[in-house]
Design a protein around this ligand. Sequence first.
Ligand code: SF4
Length: 328
Amino acid sequence: MVLKLPDVRTDLFNDWCAGCGDFGIEASLQMALAEMPIDINQVVLFSGIGCHGKIVHWTNTFGIHTIHGRTLAFAQGAKLANPGLEVIAIGGDGDGYGIGAGHFMHAGRRNIDMTYIVHDNGVYGLTKGQASPTQRLGEQTKSLPQPNINSGVNPIMLALSAGYTFIARSYAFDTRHLKETIKKAVAHKGLALVDVLQPCPTYNDIETKAWYGGEDRKDASGRPISRCYDVNKEGHDPLVSQGTKEDEIDAKVQRIFKLSKEWGDRIPIGVFYQEEGTPTYADRILGRIPSYLERPPAKQEIFDATKKSIVDLGKLGEELTVKRLHVT
Ligand code: SF4
């Protein structure tokens, strides 16, 4: 049941630079939330530090603007405490693949049922355009005195090796594609990554909107030939289920590796990988604490009428490992 549609907070001044790809991501997210059969009062957005972080201020859901690189830590904690929430974490490429890289990797091992959207623009926009972890080796965006001496990380393969069960890439100004990708990610049962290619017109003067859109190369009728193409429309099947044979998975992973490295004239977007049937973290907890979904931490009383704590940590310990340790 949809109780309330998200909309733009008109009481707050939006200070993203004109032409920033963040606008496309914000619009796509709001459209996706409006079109999905979810209760907007149960949606919580988390953001980190960077230009992307303001998105939680301008979307009319619950939202928490967290600290640098810790978006996933906050978001996972909220989802574990209250599994009924629809949790969407939002980060930047510097925030998520740099300082937050440890959280990024370990989140994949848990497969918590939530979505992570990364604004990927190749620079640290908020701090004047230093090279971010996804900036490619040898690139020299306008703030750099010399070309980047580090190789760029590959978010698709990082996520695949970490255990994310839904991995997609989209483009900020293809709002229809991004909206549909976000909807698929939110509907997926497990941890979903949407890496969003996002022009930063202020500091990234290489991967610009005109470049992504192919304004520098036109067809016979003078129309630009966009660099982004949809891998799923070109036959890539991302689905891996419990019955998929090992050699099929190997072939799929090899294809994803190839696709994830494709850059320049053609840039793949779409769903690269979707694994169905892998237990979520809630499923795994249920194996130990059968009452988890009925009485998750956020729904438990912690004080009695006299404000005295009634938390029984002893019982929790017994249910987890203490009892076993005592027996053995
Ligand atoms: Fe957008 Fe770049 Fe401006 Fe940040 S610095 S708001 S990423 S254009």
